[in-house]
Every structure is written in structure tokens, then in C-alpha cells.
Design a protein around this ligand. Structure first.
Ligand SMILES: C[S@@+](CC[C@H](N)C(=O)[O-])C[C@H]1O[C@@H](n2cnc3c(N)ncnc32)[C@H](O)[C@@H]1O
Length: 213
């Protein structure tokens, strides 16, 4: 019998190709068998943080990176935000997100490579659950900065246990002249009362801006 996709498998992936294969199998059951069943609260918490930080600021173009099945977009839509764009390496995950009607453009792209997006395109980059074990490391930050407008804002979750090994601490030091207003807000990934081996997984929501010069 084929083993069902689950979090430990996802955390042990080694490459973008591994991610494509896993999420192709997981797309149809991800929301119900993983997110609902495990009490996965991170996309809602990232989206709520985004809305609280951006406040009444005029919302420009927003890109959800590692959008998956669109849980961030769904939550932003519930806050009344206009449709945003989605990027993911998995066409199967993007298809589920598209079916929910809360995104504009659906962009297939690899965050560990060059993205098919022009420089200085987005006002905001948002992401939940993608900067984590077996997925995307700090090398992606340079490409994300390229596609973001000067002064544009970031709201990204990063797994705590992944923060130093995946190079985020070093990257934020290296990028000191290119980003500003960095704030790391602690976040629990699952609902209070969730059970299971990952129930206490946690991280930070990294908030920062791309510098203007
Ligand atoms: C744990 S899911 C998170 C999905 C969604 N943001 C959420 O919180 O439910 C991680 C997502 O990252 C995507 N991903 C993994 N590696 C990627 C890469 N190199 N480039 C773009 N997306 C990637 C996967 O396809 C998957 O949809």
C-alpha cells in the first residue's frame, strides 16, 4: 500500500523535485486530512498578522509564495482583501487554490531558482509554512527581494528549528543594507489543544521592508 503524504515525509524532502512529487500526491487531501485534522493554524495567523500590520495602508499587488492549496488567500479574502497572486512549485496544489476563487494569477515557479516575474513587481510578499525543513531555505530571499518593489513589505513564517540551519539568521545580517524594519514575531503553528508529534512546532513571522536604495 502507498504511504499517505504527511508532515514527517514533507520535513525530510531533499530537493524542489522531491517537493513537486510529494505535493502532487498530497494536494487533494491536504486541507482535510492535514490542515483541518491537525489544527494547522499557521496560514490564518500569518494572514491575520499581515492584515494587522498593513492596516488601512492601500493594498497593492500581493504575492503568496508557497501558496499551496490557498489557505492564506482564503483567510485574506475573509478579511475582505481583494484577490492576490499565488506562486508554488506544485501545479496540483495551485489547482486546488485556484478552485477556491480567492486568487488572481496562479504562477508555477521554484523559489530556489529564478522566478518568472519581472523585477520590482510586488508591493507585498506573504508566505506560510514554506520556509521550513525540507522545503525552501534563505537562498530564496534574494530572488524575492528582486521581484519586490522598493519599500515593499514581507510577512513570512519561518520554522524556529530551521532558522539558523537554513541560513536565515546569517541572511538577515547579510541583507542589513537591503532590508529594514526587521521584526520577528513568535508564532505557534497549530491550535492550542492540538495533539501529535508536531503540535508544539513554532517559528517566527518575519516582517521587514525592502530598502528604497
Ligand atoms: C507546507 S505547504 C504550505 C502551503 C500553504 N502556504 C499553507 O500554509 O497551507 C508548502 C508549500 O511550499 C511549496 N514549495 C516547496 N518547495 C517549493 C519551491 N522550491 N518553490 C515554490 N514552492 C515550493 C509546496 O509545493 C507546498 O505547496
Amino acid at each position: 500500500m502507498t504511504k499517505k503524504p504527511e508532515l514527517d515525509t514533507a520535513y525530510s524532502l531533499k530537493s524542489p523535485e522531491d517537493n513537486k512529487r510529494l505535493y502532487a500526491k498530497w494536494a487533494q487531501t491536504y486541507d482535510h486530512e492535514f490542515a483541518d485534522h491537525m489544527g494547522y493554524a499557521l496560514p490564518a495567523r500569518v494572514a491575520d498578522t499581515f492584515v494587522s500590520v498593513v492596516g488601512s495602508e492601500k493594498i497593492g499587488r500581493v504575492l503568496d509564495v508557497g501558496a499551496g492549496t490557498g489557505l492564506v488567500g482564503q483567510r485574506l479574502a475573509a478579511h475582505g482583501l481583494a484577490k492576490i497572486d499565488a506562486l508554488d512549485i506544485s501545479v496540483e496544489m495551485l489547482a486546488v487554490a485556484a478552485s477556491k476563487g480567492c486568487y488572481n494569477a496562479m504562477i508555477e515557479g521554484d523559489l530556489m531558482g529564478c522566478l518568472p516575474i519581472a523585477a520590482d513587481t510586488y508591493d507585498f510578499i506573504i508566505s506560510a509554512g514554506t520556509f521550513t525543513h525540507g522545503h525552501v531555505d534563505a537562498a530564496a530571499l534574494d530572488e524575492l527581494l528582486r521581484i519586490t518593489k522598493p519599500g515593499g513589505r514581507f510577512c513570512l513564517s519561518i520554522n524556529s528549528a530551521y532558522f539558523i540551519p537554513a541560513g536565515f539568521e546569517a541572511a538577515f545580517e547579510r541583507l542589513a543594507g537591503r532590508i529594514h524594519d526587521l521584526e520577528l514575531r513568535p508564532v505557534q503553528f497549530y491550535l492550542e489543544g492540538a495533539t501529535g508529534p508536531h503540535a508544539k512546532d513554532n517559528g517566527v513571522i518575519a516582517l521587514f521592508r525592502k530598502s528604497v536604495t
